[in-house]
Design a protein around this ligand. Structure first.
Ligand SMILES: [Mn+2]
Length: 328
């Protein structure tokens, strides 16, 4: 095996990168390990090709990614002025332009390359390589790096491993194939650190995260005769515990793991009356379509969107949408 997917055409991307003066690799807002891992792996690959590369995001690198070599080089914030010389932007794991958090004026006159595995991707780039067969954007980066005939080193392998590990919920999702495991074998041979990944990603939580989890589990409720499970955490709890969005990562898995549940719902109040809805579906229930009906997007069995209102208002709205989903 070489490529995960042989039929993906990386040539247009490579042609654009070849003529680039300076490349800006950007991750999505509220970054996760897939977007950051992809960003860092590309950074190392591009630098080894002799390209001039910078990494800049709107939001800071989450705690669980800070062990990755190169994460310290990622700058963040709304000020893009330091990126003046960049003429090519590579966006990783962002399903829509708005997910990058950058102004369209910044992009004007530059070549925007969109590399992503969300089925709902809006193809906002000048060049789009979007393929929902991939279990993670990190796996796409794996194929792109291979197309350069570069050999993987630890600096490239570890971030891709972290991306794939987390986006497959530790290799538990249906997106995982035999080739996924062959890729992981290659990454381990290249020096990807699995022990450090386990420790930093799954065994390094602040105690306050469990205060938040206790609250979340207290809110756990089943509806639709046991077919849907719900967890919600209001903004005030994030304030009280000092925790952020990344600290409730994985809470939805408790809802999903209940026997008989087909749709899991997690409502997180991002700021007063602004709720981030996360959804997980079980075959054949398409929560990607469900999220799209509420103005969001994502994958078939993992998706999300933003909703405004009180918990009661958004819950009613989501309840109705889940009812439709369960009937189809
Ligand atoms: Mn992803």
């Amino acid at each position: 095996m070489k490529f995960l997917y042989e039929d993906v055409n990386w040539q247009t991307v490579k042609d654009a990168l070849c003529v680039a003066n300076k490349i800006h690799v950007i991750a999505h807002v509220s970054p996760d390990s897939d977007t950051i891992g992809s960003q860092i792996a590309l950074y190392h690959a591009f630098t080894s090709k002799g390209f001039d590369v910078v990494m800049h995001n709107i939001d800071p690198v989450p705690r669980i990614c800070r062990y990755l070599q190169g994460s310290e080089l990622i700058t963040h914030g709304e000020d893009f002025s330091a990126l003046d010389g960049c003429d090519t932007i590579v966006a990783v794991d962002a399903g829509a332009f708005s997910r990058l958090g950058m102004l369209s004026s910044y992009v004007e006159g530059k070549t925007l390359i969109n590399i992503d595995h969300h089925a709902s991707n809006t193809l906002y780039g000048d060049i789009n390589v979007v393929d929902a067969r991939y279990c993670a954007t990190g796996a796409m980066v794996y194929d792109l790096i291979q197309s350069y005939d570069l050999s993987f080193n630890e600096a490239m392998a570890s971030p891709i491993y972290a991306a794939v590990l987390t986006d497959t919920a530790s290799f538990r999702l249906s997106t995982v194939t035999a080739d996924t495991h062959r890729m992981v074998a290659n990454l381990l041979e290249a020096g990807a650190s699995t022990e450090q990944a386990s420790r930093e990603i799954y065994q390094n939580f602040p105690k306050q995260r469990f205060d938040l989890l206790k609250y979340a589990l207290d809110s756990l409720d089943v509806k639709h005769h046991g077919c849907s499970a719900w967890i919600s955490v209001p903004y005030v709890m994030y304030e009280k515990t000092g925790m952020g969005a990344e600290d409730s990562e994985g809470f939805i898995d408790y809802a999903r793991s209940i026997a008989g549940v087909c749709v899991a719902v997690f409502l997180r109040e991002e700021s007063p009356n602004i709720w981030k809805l996360s959804l997980r579906g079980q075959y054949p229930y398409d929560v990607g379509a469900l999220a799209a009906s509420l103005g969001g997007g994502g994958h078939k069995y993992a998706s999300g969107c933003s909703l405004n209102g009180s918990l009661e208002q958004v819950s009613t709205q989501v309840f109705d949408a889940v009812s439709v989903c369960l009937q189809t």
